[in-house]
Design a protein around this ligand. Structure first.
Ligand code: F0G
Length: 463
């Protein structure tokens, strides 16, 4: 018996998407053809797709109705104004501009706030954010709290910035070297771990003290607000919307991939608190060059309409309780089976500790990729390796780098899978665990592109 109750869906199903179910022998053939890289699989050969929670949500009837009323005018569309009203109401920012997704918001903003030779600090940068900081000529420093690095340590708000380390780092290099501080909420790379309000407040005070602008990377801002309400003293009687408003009150800027907590399949936002800031003109110029006119930013009118509605659905407390409840349910099943993961479980999925599951497989043979391939073979489940395979080689020496974690990420798409799907996932993990102790070998790379290899590389099993 599971110690935790499944929180029932606060919705019922109106449209269904049939799934194909292959046999184990067929899946073994498919994954071999894909060179043991799950990005190379056809989605139709996957039964439960946990590759990402980004852009994979099921939209609501209100959002689909919004799609029909979307205004496709090039400039000044009604849907743009509806989206701006929602953004002002929820985030309280003076200026917001749509972009086609999160990394586009980063591309538009980073060259305006960072110069060559500068530094940027984060609790933990997401890959694309790091890439855009580097493309602006700056370098990144992560200052996440130490407990984030120990998956077995159950502590609240493991996504926090280590503020002492942050201040020490600023003093070491000199404040003038720093162009930006980015708070990623929730902290994806650390396992969807939340950041506390207290931490946001303290980071913002340090930013003011040293004159560095603070930016929120807001992909999973609503899940973060839910954790604050649940776990941080003094917020139990505050609405999610008011918590979100306070979180954003500490920042000067934000970028957002709306493909996560805003429950749409495509979209992004970039915002500046002070509508009078000279940055606004820069955002408009970069937006027009890279994304499209400022009132659509790479989105169709119907996308903006769905986004304006999704922003509200994403902060609905009943929805968030069910949403976080799914991750907790799956995590509780793993607790029962003695399978380790980044704990307590975060917002958007379960990050299984594959190094603990396969103690005999060295990081050079990618234990978390082994688990990803086994999950596909076992039950047609697609997941993502977040470990040494994703980290890649040292650009100077060409040597395989060792990641702090060997995680297999089970990212949960929003409003898509049911309790029965979650049970299948848990059962698959349990049956893999039964043979995991004997497994001694993983994979070797037989071909890789020069950067971001995990998307395309070819692998083969080491016999
Ligand atoms: N910031 C965070 C924290 C993210 O998790 C992502 C995307 C982005 C920015 C970039 O947004 O994809 O809309 O361009 N994360 C996805 C993931 C891809 O699977 O975690 P995007």
């Amino acid at each position: 018996m599971s110690a935790i109750k499944y929180i029932p869906e606060p919705f019922r199903i109106k449209a269904v998407e049939p799934l194909k179910m292959l046999t184990r022998a067929e899946r073994e053939e498919k994954i071999k053809e894909a060179h043991y890289n799950l990005f190379n699989l056809r989605a139709e050969d996957v039964y439960i797709d946990l590759l990402t929670d980004s852009g994979t949500a099921a939209m609501s009837q209100a959002q689909w109705a919004g799609v029909m009323t979307g205004d496709e005018s090039y400039a000044g569309a009604k849907s743009y104004f509806r989206l701006m009203d929602a953004c002002k109401d929820i985030f309280g920012f003076g200026y917001v501009q749509p972009t086609h997704q999160g990394r586009a918001a980063e591309k538009v903003l980073m060259p305006l706030v960072l110069k060559k030779g500068q530094l940027a600090i984060s609790n933990m940068f997401f890959d694309t954010t790091r890439a855009h900081v580097e493309m602006a000529g700056a370098r990144t420093i992560d200052c996440v709290v130490e407990e984030a690095k120990d998956p077995a340590k159950r502590a609240p708000f493991k996504g926090n910035m280590d503020v002492e380390l942050m201040e020490k780092t600023i003093k070491e290099h000199g404040a003038e070297k720093f162009g930006l501080v980015v708070m990623t909420i929730t902290n994806n790379a650390a396992g969807g771990q939340p950041v506390s309000m207290k931490n946001l407040r303290e980071v913002s005070q340090l930013c003011r003290k040293y004159g560095i602008p603070m930016c929120i990377d807001a992909a999973r801002y609503a899940e973060n607000a839910y954790f604050i309400k649940r776990d941080e003293e003094g917020y139990q009687n505050t609405s999610i919307k008011d918590i979100v408003r306070e979180m954003f009150s500490y920042a000067d800027l934000f970028t957002m991939s709306s493909k996560k907590d805003a429950v749409v399949n495509m979209g992004g936002l970039v915002g500046v608190k002070d509508a009078g800031s000279p940055l606004v003109l820069g955002l408009k110029a970069n937006g027009i060059s890279y994304e499209g006119f400022v009132t659509y930013g790479g989105l169709a009118g119907r996308d903006m309409e769905a986004l304006a509605i999704g922003l509200y659905e994403g902060i609905d407390e009943n929805y968030l309780r069910y949403r976080i409840g799914q991750a907790e349910y799956l995590a509780a099943k793993l607790d029962e089976a003695g399978i380790a993961y980044q704990s307590p479980v975060g917002g958007h999925g379960v990050f299984v500790d594959a190094a603990a599951l396969f103690p005999k497989i060295p990081y050079t043979e990618f234990p978390a990729q082994v688990l990803s391939v086994e999950l596909y073979k076992e039950a047609g489940i697609r997941t993502c390796e977040i470990g040494s395979y994703m980290l890649g080689n040292d650009p100077d020496t060409g040597k395989q780098l060792k990641s702090d974690f060997e995680f297999t990420r089970l990212a949960l798409p929003r409003r898509v899978y049911t309790q029965a799907h979650l049970d299948i996932i848990a059962d698959a993990l349990v049956s893999i665990k039964e043979r995991a102790g004997q497994m001694e070998h993983g994979y070797r790379v037989t071909w890789e592109p020069p950067i971001l290899r995990h998307f395309q590389a070819h692998l083969e099993p080491i016999k």
